[in-house]
Design a protein around this ligand. Structure first.
Ligand SMILES: [Zn+2]
Length: 221
């Protein structure tokens, strides 16, 4: 009982330092090697030579990353339930969902574009947000989920392929052209997708990689 209590409160304790001697952090801008140590909550470690950010300890990092990821998953569900766009042209009115748009592209002459939309705007954000919850939620209670190390690795690998914002920009640019021939309205799905973009950014920025790996190492320990 006492052990469980202390594990629960470990989530509120400062960034733990994993055992195993000295650790190092390399500056990505000037390659200077620094001895790394956990910093106070709300502060950051900077390169002694060029001042670039090495890593930072964000307040309530685990809770923040989990909450933003959960919100992103809920908004993703809304994206698929509600129409993305509604088009009115002459006598025709058409509701378009994100999956509908991707499958329509695949059925017509652009299967690669349709597959890219499904991969980079649906599967990758799902991997990233799902992975973040799988790794961060148990860590709030001082535990590491089974295979959390692999999950974190794949989560960070999928991060550069999360192209929600690129897609949203593309939609806005095409709409500028489409608006000349049809009356286009944004649906709830579109606004939910914009919310997914903000929540994904918040989730990724919620916890520093250095901190996540340190916490994983201590929880596994
Ligand atoms: Zn530097």
């Amino acid at each position: 009982m006492k052990k469980g209590f202390s594990r629960t409160w470990r989530a509120l304790l400062p960034w733990p330092r994993p055992p195993g001697g000295e650790r190092y952090a390399v500056c990505h801008f000037c390659d200077t090697l620094h001895q790394s140590f956990p910093v106070d909550e709300g502060t950051a470690a900077r390169c002694a030579r060029c001042g670039a950010l090495l890593y930072q300890n964000r307040p309530a990092s685990l809770a923040r990353a989990s909450a933003f990821s959960l919100a992103a998953l809920l908004l993703m569900a809304l994206v698929h339930v509600f129409p993305f766009l509604t088009m009115d042209a002459a006598t025709m009115r058409r509701d378009l969902t994100l999956v509908g748009a991707a499958t329509a592209l695949m059925e017509q002459d652009a299967p690669i574009l349709g597959t890219a939309i499904i991969l980079f705007t649906m599967i990758t954000p799902l991997m990233l947000a799902g992975g973040m919850i799988y790794v961060c939620l148990p860590l709030m209670f001082g535990r590491a989920a089974p295979g959390a190390g692999h999950a974190a690795k794949w989560m960070y690998r999928s991060e550069p392929w999360n192209m929600v914002e690129v897609f949203l920009l593309g939609v806005l640019v095409s709409l500028m052209k489409l608006a000349k021939v049809a009356d286009v309205h944004f649906g709830i799905g579109f606004w939910a997708f914009a919310g997914v973009m903000l929540c994904m950014a918040g989730a990724v920025a919620g916890i520093d990689r250095e901190e996540l790996w340190d916490r994983l190492e201590v929880a596994k320990g």
